[in-house]
Each structure stands twice: as C-alpha cells, then as structure tokens.
Design a protein around this ligand. Structure first.
Ligand code: ARG
Length: 460
C-alpha cells in the first residue's frame, strides 16, 4: 500500500472498504492532464516568487512531464489507496524525483487544486460541445438550403394549423442550437477564472502570484474570495443547466423525427445507418437513435438535479460531498457530446418526402386562416371573418371537400365579399409566401434567414 500524503496524524490504517468508498480515482483520473498542467504552472510561479529554487522547479516540471507521458502511454497504475488523481500524481512525482517533489504542494491545497482541474477540463469540453453544436447547426442549415420551397403542415396541438416551409421548421431548430451555443460561450467566461491560490480555504501565507498563474493557464482573471473559490461549483451547474436545455432541444427534435418517420406521417426517411430492426417483425425499421437521445435527456436533467442537491445546504467552504460533483458532470459531458455528434450526422443523411409533406399540408383546412384574412381585407372585422370561415369549414367537412374545391357560389353563400380572386390566395404557396414579415415562413423571408445564418457561420 502506498503511503498516504496525509498519514502523519493517524495511528491506524484506513479501513479497506472506507478507502475504496472514499476514493475518487476511478473517475477523476480523466483530469490527469489538467492536474499536471496546473501543477506545472504552479511550480513555475513558486520559483519565480523565490519560494522554491529554479532548479527545484525544473526537477519538478520534468518529473511531471514524464508522468504525463507515462499516463498517456497507459504506463501508470492508479492506486485506490492514494484516493484521487492529485495524490496519485504527487506520490509518483516524489517517487520519481525524490523529496524535492514534496515541495510542489507548497502554498496549495487539494481544495483549490481540484477546483482548478475541473475548470481547466470543463473549459476544453465546453469548446468541444460548442463545436458539436455547430455541426448540428450546419446539418440543419444544409437541409434548409437543399429543400427550400418544400411545404409541410405546421401544427399547434399536433393538429394541422397552417402550411409552412420545411426549411422554416429546420431553421427553428437552428435558432435553438444557436442559443445553446451562445449560452455555452457565456458560461465559459465564469469558468475561466483561476481559483488556485485559495489554499484550503483562507488563502496562503506564501507570497504567491496568482495573476501570473492565471496568465500561464489562459484564464481571464482570478477569483476574488478564497472561501468562494474552493466551494463554488456554479460554473459546473451552469454547464449542466445549459446542457439540459440543449438536450431538451434534441429531445423535441427527436420526437418529431420519430413521428415523421412513422408510416402514418412518412415525411422523412432516416438513413439505415441510424436505425435498427426488430427480432420478430421483419418489416420494422426503428428510429433508435432519436429515441435514445430522447431517453438520455432524462439522465442529463438528473445530473443537474444531482449536482444542485449535492451543493444544497453545504456550509462553507470545501466539503467531501463535493467529490460527488464529478460523475454527474462527466456523464453530462459525455452524453451531450455523443448526442450532438450523432445528430449532426443523422440530420445530414436524412432524406425527406416532399410529396407526403405537401399532401398532408393540403389536408386539414390549413388555408382556412388565409380565407379569413382575405375576408378581413375586404373590410369585414376579423371576429366576423372567423365565424364565416368556421361555417365554411363545417360545410366542407359535411360535403367532404377541401376549401379550394368550393365553387364561387358556394363561397358566396358564406360571404358576398368573396370574389373570384379568392383562389389566388388559398393555394399552399400563396399561403406560405404571404407571411413575409421577419420571422415568417414566406420563401423569400426564410431564404433571407438562411443566408444570414450562412453569413454568420462564414464570419466565425
Ligand atoms: N478528490 C477530492 C474531490 O474530488 C479532492 C479534494 C479533496 N480535498 C479534501 N480536503 N479531502 O473533491
């Protein structure tokens, strides 16, 4: 068993089960690179401030670099009795470079060290998540560009409402993922503050230079209160919150893809590569990927609630409870990255059935609002127009015909204001293209939004 760095005041060894129960090495080993990166910057600062000598710092830094190589080669055995990534690396350093390795932990505690590691790690991961979000946006944008002009039914209450462009629908999700990406960029500012230098909780008696460390590690600044620095996990919560919102968006899109790929809608075909079959029903092609992403949304929400609950009512400053921050955070990162990655590819490869979409848009009296708007333009108050068209629709239902199949005489029976030009206003194209104000579904309006989005992406 390796000797524990904190064993000094103890007379008895740790109970073996307690040791395994309290250890975090099984999951926090994924922080190794950041732990070493932080230690290198810390050692440089210690030497610069004359707290250790330049030679000592050099020995420590080369030792850390060789440990990094070992871990990367898979040549490092993590030990549960050394509890966590911080003590595993420090113990190995001392083993390798001798007692001088023990100087690395001067003016530092694992409490500020772990806060630093998570921030460094999450900073990289947020950048990755943003790049996956952009890939999803790109796939949506390409679908919107490729299919401009395809009309589908727009729904409210999942009942046919008004015809819209399929591209408009894709661009709705583009907007959601754009906001997700903005949220990630914004919370990155609060991640990117250096907590190191807080020590265990109260600061340090050594003449450290936190700004120098911050600069070395690419932080925007240093945290302002040592108690807060070691007990703050807001940045991780914010990330889990933003990730939950992104998963909610993916889940809504999943739901639509699942519906749309059913035989009843048949608006799209997902590529075989993203579906699976049934062991009993030979005809089945199941949309497993969107279903699973919809399901995984649950665990991401759960992770947010776990972390909020871990942090709830914790007294200042560090408490061991906080070791429970890592698994929910790591799982959130893995899940959201995986889900975005698979969606970027699946959306890109999805094929659409424009004929079925159009047919569905023509059903369900989707142009009824256009008839009402027409009557309003003839000077009739909207409420009256609504009543007139309601009755017209009822007549259509009773006679089993779509609105546009009514003769002018039939129309006139409901309102004498209706003229022969009504037919120009109630085609699917006319309905869609008349919604021209910013944000509407008119072809030219959607095309403008698509090119705005293209432009935005070129500028990035
Ligand atoms: N493994 C610990 C964690 O993840 C590191 C900090 C430990 N600090 C302490 N005082 N026990 O939170």
């Amino acid at each position: 068993m390796s000797k524990k760095p904190w064993a000094g005041r103890f007379t008895q060894p740790t109970d073996a089960f307690v040791e395994a129960f309290t250890a975090s090495i099984d999951f926090d080993q994924r922080l190794y690179r950041y732990d070493i990166q932080g230690s290198v910057a810390h050692a440089r600062m210690l030497a610069r401030q004359g707290i250790i000598t330049a030679g000592e710092a050099q020995t420590i830094i080369s030792g850390l670099e060789s440990i990094l190589t070992d871990i990367e080669k898979g040549d490092f055995e993590f030990s549960v009795s050394l509890e966590d990534i911080h003590m595993n690396i420090e113990a190995r350093l001392i083993e390798r470079v001798g007692a001088v390795g023990g100087k690395l932990h001067t003016a530092r505690s694992r409490n500020d060290q772990v806060a630093l590691d998570i921030r460094l790690y999450l900073r990289d991961e947020v950048r990755e998540v943003r790049s996956y979000l952009e890939q999803v946006q790109e796939s949506l944008l390409e679908q919107a560009e490729r299919n401009l002009g395809v009309i589908m039914p727009g729904y409210t209450h999942l009942q046919t409402a008004q015809p819209i462009l399929f591209s408009h629908h894709m661009m709705a999700y583009y907007e959601m993922f754009r906001r997700d990406s903005e949220r990630m960029a914004d919370l990155l500012k609060r991640i990117n503050q250096l907590p190191l230098g807080a020590g265990a909780l109260a600061g340090t008696t050594f003449p450290i230079d936190r700004e120098f460390v911050a600069e070395q590690l690419g932080f925007d600044g240093v945290t302002r209160n040592s108690l807060d620095s070691v007990s703050d996990r807001d940045f991780a919560l914010e990330f889990c919150g933003a990730a939950s919102i992104a998963m909610m968006h993916l889940s809504r899109l999943s739901e639509e893809l699942i519906l749309w790929s059913s035989a009843d809608f048949h608006f799209i075909d997902l590529s075989d590569a993203f579906c699976t079959g049934s062991s009993i029903m030979p005809q089945k092609k199941n949309p497993d990927v969107p279903e699973l992403v919809r399901g995984k949304t649950g665990r991401v929400y759960g992770n947010l609630i776990s972390l909020l609950t871990v942090m709830k009512a914790l007294p200042l400053a560090y408490n061991k409870d906080m070791q429970e921050d890592k698994e929910p955070l790591f799982d959130t990162i893995d899940t959201v990255k995986g889900s975005l990655k698979i969606f970027a590819d699946m959306i890109a490869q999805m094929s659409i059935r424009a004929d079925n979409m159009r047919e569905a848009a023509a059903r369900g009296f989707s142009t009824a609002t256009d008839v009402a708007d027409y009557v309003v333009r003839k000077g009739i108050p909207f409420r009256e127009a609504h009543e007139i068209v309601g009755k017209t629709v009822r007549y259509c239902i009773e006679h089993d015909k779509p609105i546009e199949a009514l003769s002018l005489e039939e129309f006139k029976a409901f309102s004498s204001a209706i003229e022969a030009d009504i037919y120009d206003f109630i085609t699917l194209e006319a309905s869609v293209n008349s919604r021209r104000a910013t944000g509407g579904t008119a072809r030219e309006t959607v095309a403008r939004e698509i090119s705005r989005a293209r432009q935005e992406r070129l500028q990035r």
